[in-house]
Design a protein around this ligand. Structure first.
Ligand code: CDP
Length: 237
């Protein structure tokens, strides 16, 4: 999916019919991998991620163990048929970076000190990619960690913001990502309103940046509600 000459916003609507601050259709489920301690499926439009959490469990090799804390290990991976062109299997630089920033978005939020000598493995498999895969993975990670019973200070919500044709937008799809003036993935603790990840590609002025951060934080509450609902649903069923 490349750059296009087409206008990305016409009469206040994006090409997929959304208003600037509308999110795509969201689907969330927990408990989708029977063998995992916790798992989830999260879809934003045509971006879908499966998350699996294994642990906290004794960490191997032993020399990696920390006597006073557990360790979070994250692997973000795009499966070969998740994108238009086949993605080459195996970790790329991009996947290594995304795994690291997702780990950093969660680390300070988990009570890993309660689990010394252990490891928590978080696997994120992007099965369909149409923009904003790292933030969709963050939503899936939150649900899978909660499903595994790993104690957290707050949920973590992921949402991308951006600027396109001079307009601030939320939840970029793949075409918008490729044609934006700026895109800004964020992770937010929705009840504490703290930001645990903020990356940005492109250009915005300081006013726009401030407004966009506010839009992302404001919209994070609705995503958090959906996460809570998905967890409640599993336990009610
Ligand atoms: O996915 P995210 O927005 O977090 O990260 P990105 O590196 O900005 O990638 C933007 C989008 O480009 C992805 O969501 C995919 O839709 C697409 N992409 C792709 O088609 N092939 C790749 N190897 C990597 C990304």
């Amino acid at each position: 999916m490349g750059k296009t000459e087409q206008k990305m916003i016409a009469n206040g609507k994006r090409l997929d019919g959304r208003g600037p601050l509308d999110l795509r259709e969201i689907e969330m489920k927990v408990g989708v991998i029977p063998n995992a301690n916790g798992s989830s499926y999260v879809r934003f439009g045509k971006t879908a991620v499966i998350a699996g959490v294994y642990g906290p469990r004794p960490l191997f090799p032993r020399f990696l163990r920390e006597s006073d804390t557990g360790i979070l290990k994250v692997r973000y991976n795009m499966i070969p048929f998740s994108v238009d062109d086949r993605k080459r299997p195996g970790p790329s630089r991009r996947e290594t970076e995304i795994s690291k920033v997702i780990r950093m978005a969660f680390e300070g939020n988990l009570f890993l000190k309660n689990y010394p000598q252990t490891g928590v493995n978080l696997y994120l498999e992007v099965i369909e990619a149409d923009g904003s895969t790292r933030v969709t993975s963050i939503n899936a990670a939150s649900l899978a960690l909660a499903d595994a019973g790993v104690p957290m200070r707050d949920f973590v919500v992921g949402l991308s913001g951006g600027k396109i044709d001079g307009t601030l937008i939320l939840d970029l799809n793949g075409l918008e990502d490729n044609n934006s003036d700026a895109d800004m993935p964020m992770a937010v603790l929705p009840t504490k309103k703290e930001v645990t990840l903020l990356q940005m590609d492109g250009r915005m002025n300081p006013e726009e940046l401030k407004d966009l951060i506010k839009h992302v934080i404001d919209a994070s509450g609705a995503i958090y509600e959906k996460q809570a609902e998905a967890l409640r649903k599993k336990y009610i069923e």
